[in-house]
Design a protein around this ligand. Structure first.
Ligand code: GDP
Length: 439
């Protein structure tokens, strides 16, 4: 079946691109152009397009023919660049649907065909989906790398090493219940050990790839009226939180998504932390504390004009991922002085109202965000499914390494399962359910 779809965004535009892929591509071009032009491969040809049944003019535009297998999907593909008006696009799509053996594509179907035809592995397909969804420069960089095959090549490299070790194991022994000679295990174990260590290092990346995909979670914590909402408004440059003088207005969690120097950040404003008898407020406080536990970064904000701004309830939340802000520096008299807070990233004296000290704090915040998400030399895993399969792969390797038996079948099965886990990531095995979820 030949499939077609509007590949550019929906809505009025100067130009829209409609793409088709499949065996009927060439004949569709001939029918729509009334054989006027036989396009050379990969050359843009200007032509009128006609409805195949009514002969009515659809539009004038460009057609580019990409004969398989050198195309995105590996099949014959064509792109029609037409004017992006609603009626033009709708008329063109309708004309395509009138052709025999053509139907409109399902979501992700072009990529699915590219995958089926060996044009890309599963991690590249995920990279492509991430690229289309990327909202910040950092996300775009990571997605481009993954689409280009960096991650897939890493996993395939590991998989092949395991397969070679396995082949080696099986080649040396041609009868399975014989004990494996010591020198064989002595030669294979270091290979598996090395791979195990490499995967461990890859996994211990502080979730930076996953964070970059989803955004870093930054939670603002503080007592009521400390200035949390005012700070959030400053950070988001729009009035998203209600700034009020009545304590306890932010009862639920309020999220703002920001682009901080190219990295996606979700900032969460929480209910003010204090002892409360109000059921709704207590629930808000409970949620704030739960959210703080999962946060990548915490901003603890206190009213620096108070005598003892950091109470025990606040201090309990301070750790190595916490920036402590002494707010209302416009009101505080210098006698309060600096309050070094051990365990924290550092302290900043700011005024959320007059914006004094906020530039400095923002620079520090950006540095913290970058540090947690900057993409490294080696490609990072970006999805929970990568992590789950790698952990399972490691388990099989650990079993292999710690085996006190020397039964070939069991040892070789451990390696086979480890290789299979890597194959699941790149899509060599069990691909069905994953592909559907990507797009
Ligand atoms: P929240 O309850 O922690 O969200 O606090 P808000 O942001 O709603 O602020 C509580 C009150 O403190 C409001 O009246 C703000 O205008 C005021 N406020 C916030 N930051 C500052 C500051 O830096 N200086 C002064 N003087 N007032 C501030």
């Amino acid at each position: 079946m030949t499939i077609f779809a509007l590949s550019s965004g929906k809505g009025r535009a100067g130009v829209s691109v409609i793409r088709i892929s499949g065996p009927e591509t060439f004949s569709a071009i001939l029918t729509l152009t009334k054989n006027a032009k036989k396009p050379d491969p990969r050359c843009a040809v200007l032509s009128w397009f006609y409805d195949p049944l009514t002969n009515e003019k659809l539009d004038q535009g460009l057609v580019i023919f990409f004969p398989g297998p050198n195309s995105f999907t590996g099949e014959d593909v064509a792109e029609f660049h037409i004017h992006g008006g609603y009626a033009v696009v709708a008329g063109f799509l309708e004309a395509l649907s009138k052709l025999p053996n053509l139907r409109s594509a399902e979501a992700g179907e072009f990529t699915r065909r590219a995958f089926d035809n060996g044009k890309m592995d599963l991690t590249s397909a995920e990279g492509l989906a991430d690229l289309i969804n990327a909202e910040t420069a950092g996300q775009k960089r990571q997605a481009l790398r993954q689409m280009d095959g960096d991650l897939g090549e890493l996993y395939e490299g590991w998989r092949h090493e395991i397969i070679s070790a396995m082949a080696y194991l099986e080649a040396d022994i041609d009868f399975s219940d014989e004990e494996i000679p010591d020198d064989v295990t002595a030669r294979i174990k270091p290979i598996v050990e090395k791979l195990h260590n490499e995967i461990a290092a890859h996994l211990a990346d502080g979730h930076r790839g996953e964070r970059l995909r989803h955004g870093l979670q930054v939670v603002i914590l503080g007592a009521p009226n400390a200035g949390k909402s005012t700070l959030l408004n400053y950070l988001s440059k729009r009035d998203v939180a209600i700034v009020s003088e009545i304590a306890g207005t932010t009862r639920d969690l309020l999220e703002v998504h920001l682009d901080l120097s190219g990295f996606p950040v979700t900032i969460v404003d929480t209910a003010g932390l204090r002892k409360s008898d109000d059921i709704i407020e207590s629930e808000g406080i409970r949620r704030a504390e739960r959210r703080a536990e999962d946060a990548d970064l915490k901003l603890v904000i206190v009213d620096g004009s108070e005598k003892a701004p950091l109470n025990d309830q606040m201090s309990g939340h301070i750790d190595a991922n916490t920036m402590v802000l002494f707010n209302k520096s416009d009101l505080s008299l210098d006698e309060n002085g600096d309050h070094p807070v051990p365990k924290s990233i550092g302290t900043w004296h700011i005024s959320a109202k007059t914006e004094q000290g906020l530039d400095e704090f923002l620079t520090a915040l950006e540095a913290q965000v970058e540090m947690r998400m900057e993409i490294s030399e080696a490609p990072s895993l970006t999805r929970t499914r990568h992590r789950a399969n790698l952990l399972s792969c490691q388990d099989h390797m650990t079993r292999f390494l710690s085996a006190d038996h020397f039964e070939l079948e069991l040892l070789s099965e451990d390696l086979r399962m480890a290789a299979r886990d890597l194959g699941k990531i790149t899509g060599f095995v069990d691909v069905e359910d994953i592909l559907e979820k990507i797009f």
